[in-house]
Ligand binder design. Structure first.
Ligand code: NAG
Ligand code: NAG
Length: 316
């Protein structure tokens, strides 16, 4: 019930959007780049920034880039508080090059930063096509890796430019990415606690490009004991249409947080996995926006009032 509501709501939100003219899309906030106060942070050793994490309690902005995590002052991001480098070892890099990847990609791209508590971050990097996660300890103006690195396939992509999505909820890590070096095994996985994943079958996921993942706490004050849901947004190659070319469709998939997998062959496989097509179109123009580019969840106090906003583009 809860999930149907959200999907429909999203569609209803999007279809009128496509009909209205651009003129009435007034941004809530506009910041001119040229004028006004702006702070920048540029530093030798900081490149390929791919993840940001705000910690409001300590007024810190964590920045994950290639081979490094920087901690910046949230009130003035030009001020660096701390940094920690995390390089792939020489052997890893050589192994990566030997397997045919170019040197620049055989580095450690930090793609995931998550706050566990005020003194601990969970950090994942591609680690020269050998995805790895570790804990990072924050101690005053010092951040350091704990050296508890663990191999993390399925949690973090192998490929630094691959799109992926993940959320961390109370010690459970949900991720949507590729599970192997070649990028041929897409997976939506829960790890760390109660591991469960999708089946490697094209009917579950077919060459997906993941865009976002969100948790909606639908169990909150639920009279019928509804479960929390994880929603995953992606584009994939449609199996349901016969077409002379690859036809892409946007999808929303959901799994239930309480799902512990099935029995026998379904052990450690989602039993609550559902997916549905997301359709965004301008019918009067006969125009279809097949590709979901981004999704943002505007959370409200009551989850029923929360709204997903999506950006879609046409395939051709
Ligand atoms: C990292 O950044 C450099 C410089 O902008 C760029 O040439 C390179 O392609 C980037 N690497 C990846 C994997 O995105
Ligand atoms: C923060 O989390 C880490 C890792 O789970 C744990 O070892 C540590 O005790 C926690 N610290 C606090 C202050 O809760």
């Amino acid at each position: 019930m809860g999930s149907t509501f959200i999907v429909l709501y999203l569609l209803l939100q999007l279809i009128p959007e496509a009909n209205t003219s651009v003129g009435i899309c007034i941004p809530r906030k506009t910041v001119k780049y040229q004028t006004g106060k702006k702070n920048t942070f540029m530093k030798e050793g900081l490149s390929n920034v791919s993840t940001l994490l705000v910690n409001e309690e300590s007024d810190t902005l964590f920045v994950g880039g290639r081979d490094a995590v920087f901690a910046l002052d949230l009130n003035n991001i030009s001020r660096e508080i701390a940094r920690e480098y995390w390089f792939a070892t020489q052997e890893r890099q050589l192994e990566c090059i030997r397997r045919g990847k170019d040197k620049i990609r055989c580095q450690n791209y930090i793609l995931f930063l998550h706050k566990i508590n005020d003194s601990n971050l969970y950090v994942c990097g591609t680690n020269a096509y050998h995805p790895t996660c570790d804990h990072m300890v924050i101690h005053g103006t010092n951040v350091s890796l704990q050296g508890r690195a663990e191999e993390s396939r399925g949690k973090c992509p192998f490929e630094p430019t691959l799109k992926y999505a993940s959320v961390f909820v109370d010690g459970e890590f949900y991720s949507a990415t590729s599970n192997n070096f070649l990028g041929t095994e897409p997976v939506i996985l829960r790890s760390m606690k109660n591991p469960v994943r999708t089946e490697f079958k094209t009917s579950w996921l077919n060459e997906p490009t993941f865009v976002n993942m969100e948790i909606v706490h639908e169990s909150e004050s639920s009279p019928n004991g509804d479960d929390d849901k994880i929603y995953v947004f992606f584009t994939e190659t449609a199996l349901e249409f016969e077409f002379y070319d690859k036809l892409l469709v946007s999808r929303i998939a959901r799994v239930c947080r309480g799902d512990l997998g099935g029995k026998r062959v379904l052990q450690r496989r989602w039993t609550s996995f559902l997916k549905s097509r997301l359709s965004c179109s301008a019918p009067e123009l006969n125009f279809h926006f097949n590709i979901v580019q981004d999704i943002f969840l505007l959370r409200r106090r009551k989850w029923q009032d929360s709204i997903f906003y999506g950006i879609f583009s046409p395939q051709w």
